[in-house]
Design a protein around this ligand. Structure first.
Ligand code: PLP
Length: 457
């Protein structure tokens, strides 16, 4: 077997990317108020803002798109979408939505009320916001190891089962409408959850009669980590592992923009008939009829194929190896990253990278801005700007779009990060000049904080 893991595809269609000068990038950054979400995408050379909806589709997906049945009700594309998903998740009801957060809004809108508490290993930003929007509390219960960026542990996304049990005892099962497990744990560094942990959480939930849901965005990557890190799963396929994982739960939310390998779409699944009816009623009000849920028939086709392709072993081997390649090469130069490398992204520990910038001066946003200035690379802060004072870490996430960039693109990113690392003392903190009442990171405006003292301890 050759040591080099190559991209398991040939490129049939190309999209040019565009260089800018450093001076242009300085002007563009000022115009974007130091918030990379506000940059025009054409002024970005390598876009690692997100792995969500940014993947390249396969020839089979494009072919399936031509078969999209755009009937308003009872479309054949919905049947194919449902069967493909059901084969993997095994849940009775599959409700299409336009993306993951719509599934979250419908789920929490139906099951949660003011005063409820929703435990998760770590809520993603939209999940937390949707829980809080209905007046419930989002509680993160990831294991202690998951909060220490530099610590190596095979399953840092695991939930602290004792903490879950203690929470249920404290607030009472009637105030906990569901427990969620995010696989992989995006906000905690793209770290996987072990099958053992899924089983333990499921056992607690079943004992207390609380439904267990998966935030399943990256279920295929999670399955691949289980195969390679958890004894007893070496000989199983990623699909068998995913099927087993879902069997311990009662439903899931999914953004098909990740391991659905589609550019748009999502779904909500449940085994509960009554709940499914209430969810479909709300779906009709806000998303669309239950056989399309805000998607075109062609989108349903792309997801039906994509979700199966995401479980192919050659694809997952390349996917996980290329993310690790980026992480290992920058870590070898001393750049502090969340260890071990996650599935879909590398997370730089901005507090360790920039110890001279305090959390209230947004070290993650400052570092992301510098990566753009250096190499035209767009990344995203996951820290104090995204979560406010609740943030336990300030991370810069470099998310790798699926099947889009080649190894030479990644080599270029490595070079740029190492250059910024060498000049890290010169980076300044930032201050907010505008913030929205929720999900402020998308639209926030910032400017350099004059008071940053560039001293390293
Ligand atoms: C773990 C997790 N949950 C939920 C979502 C929301 O999905 P969407 O962006 O499709 O609304 C995301 C998106 O990044 C995610 O990473």
């Amino acid at each position: 077997m050759a040591k080099t893991i190559i991209e398991p595809f040939r490129i049939k269609s190309v999209e040019p990317i565009r260089w800018t000068t450093r001076q242009q990038r300085e002007e563009l950054l000022r115009a974007a108020h130091y918030n990379l979400f506000l940059l025009p995408a054409e002024d970005v050379l390598i876009d690692l803002l997100t792995d969500s909806g940014t993947g390249a589709m396969s020839t089979n997906q494009w072919a399936a798109i031509m078969q999209g049945d755009e009937s308003y009700a009872g479309s054949k594309s919905y049947d194919r979408f449902r069967s493909s998903i059901q084969e993997i998740v095994g849940y009775r009801h599959v409700i299409p939505t336009h993306q993951g957060r719509a599934a979250e809004r419908i789920l929490f809108g139906v099951v949660c009320k003011k005063g409820d508490v929703v435990p998760n290993n770590t809520h993603f930003d939209t999940t937390r916001a949707n829980v809080e929007f209905v007046g419930a509390e989002a509680r993160d219960l990831v294991i202690a190891e998951g909060k220490q960026p530099g610590l190596i542990h095979p399953f840092k996304g695991n939930m602290d089962v004792a903490a879950l049990e203690a929470l249920i005892q404290k607030v009472g099962r009637e105030r906990i409408p569901l427990v969620m497990l995010t696989v992989t744990n995006n906000s905690g560094g793209g770290q996987p959850v072990s099958m053992q942990n899924v089983k333990a959480v499921s056992a607690v939930c079943r004992r207390h009669k609380i439904p267990l849901y998966f935030d399943a965005c990256r279920f295929a990557e999670n399955a691949y980590f289980i195969k390679h890190r958890e004894p007893g799963y070496e000989a199983k396929t990623p699909k068998q592992i995913a099927q087993e994982m879902f069997s311990y739960g009662d439903g899931c939310t999914m953004s098909a923009k990740k391991d659905g390998l589609a550019n748009i779409g999502g779904f909500l699944c449940t085994n509960d008939d009554l709940l499914a009816q209430q969810e479909k009623d709300l779906l009709i009000l806000t998303e669309g009829y239950p056989t399309y849920g805000g998607l075109a028939g062609r989108d349903l086709e792309a997801i039906a194929i994509g979700i199966q392709e995401a479980l192919e072993e050659d694809y997952l081997r390349y996917r996980i190896a290329s993310t690790a390649y980026l992480g290992n090469h920058i870590a070898a130069q001393g750049v502090p990253i969340v260890q071990p490398p996650g599935g879909h992204a590398i997370y730089i520990d901005a507090r360790a990278f920039l110890p001279h910038i305090s959390a209230d001066q947004f070290p993650g946003v400052a570092l992301a801005a510098e990566l753009y200035l250096e190499g035209g690379i767009r990344s995203v802060e996951i820290g104090t700007l995204m979560f406010g004072p609740a943030a336990k870490m300030d991370l810069v996430r470099l998310a790798i779009p699926r099947r889009v960039y080649t190894q030479s693109h990644i080599d270029y990113v490595v070079e740029a990060i190492v250059e910024v690392w060498k000049n890290r003392d010169k980076i300044q903190g930032l201050k907010l000049t505008y913030e929205a009442p929720f999900l402020r990171h998308f639209t926030a405006r910032l400017e350099p904080a004059e008071q940053t003292v560039a001293v390293r301890s």
